[in-house]
Design a protein around this ligand. Structure first.
Ligand code: MN
Length: 183
C-alpha cells in the first residue's frame, strides 16, 4: 500500500507540473477537493478507485499510469498473478493491471475480482472512453446506459464509459472480469 501511495503521489505531482496546474486548478478539473489532492501528494491518504478515476479523467490520462510503472517495455505482465485491494474502502473489489496503458493502442487491460455482494460504481470517464467487460469466472452485472445487465462466464459487454457505470456481484461466489479500457 505504501509503495502504491508513493507511485500515485509521484504521478500526480508530475502531471500537475507538466500541466502547470495549481492544486486549486487540479481540484477544479478533477472534482476532487484540494485538501484531498494535497493529502495524496504528501502520501498521507490514498485515493479510492472512484477518486483515482476522477483524477485520471481530469488530467486526461489513463488509470493504469497511477498504479503501474508505465515505462515497462515488456509485453508480458505477471506480478505473481495477484490482484490487490487498492484502498481500504474498496473492500470487495481487487484489481490487477494485465497490460498497462499503451499509447499506440490507446488501451489498457485490467483483471478485476468482484467478491460476493460487491457493488462498485464508477464516475464517468473522459468522453470517448469505451470499456469492454468480459466475464472470465462466475456471474456478474454491469450498469451501463442506466440499467444493470447480467453477464455469465464468457459473456462480454461494450459500453461508453463517459457516464456513471458500475459492476456488481450478487452471488456468493467470486466473479472475475477482464476490463479493457479504450481511450
Ligand atoms: Mn470504468
Amino acid at each position: 500500500m505504501k509503495q502504491l501511495n508513493k507511485r500515485i503521489s509521484l504521478t500526480l505531482k508530475q502531471l500537475r507540473r507538466e500541466k502547470g496546474w495549481s492544486l486549486d486548478m487540479a481540484a477544479e478539473k478533477t472534482g476532487v477537493s484540494k485538501a484531498m489532492l494535497g493529502q495524496i501528494e504528501r502520501e498521507e491518504s490514498s485515493p479510492t478507485i472512484a477518486t483515482l478515476w476522477k483524477i485520471a479523467s481530469g488530467f486526461d490520462t489513463s488509470f493504469s499510469s497511477f498504479i503501474e510503472n508505465i515505462d515497462i517495455s515488456s509485453h508480458q505482465m505477471k506480478h505473481g498473478g495477484k490482484t490487490r485491494q487498492l484502498h481500504p474502502a474498496d473492500e470487495k473489489i481487487r484489481v490487477k493491471t494485465l497490460f498497462p496503458f499503451d499509447a499506440q493502442l490507446n488501451s489498457e487491460i485490467f483483471i478485476i475480482e468482484l467478491l460476493p455482494l460487491c457493488e462498485h460504481l464508477s464516475p464517468p470517464h473522459q468522453n470517448g472512453v469505451i470499456e469492454h467487460v468480459i466475464v472470465a469466472e462466475g456471474k456478474m452485472e454491469v450498469l451501463a446506459n442506466g440499467k444493470w445487465q447480467s453477464l455469465n462466464k464468457g459473456d462480454g459487454l461494450r459500453f461508453n464509459a463517459n457516464q456513471e457505470h458500475g459492476y456488481r456481484n450478487r452471488t456468493n461466489k467470486i466473479a472475475v472480469i477482464h476490463d479493457i479500457i479504450h481511450y
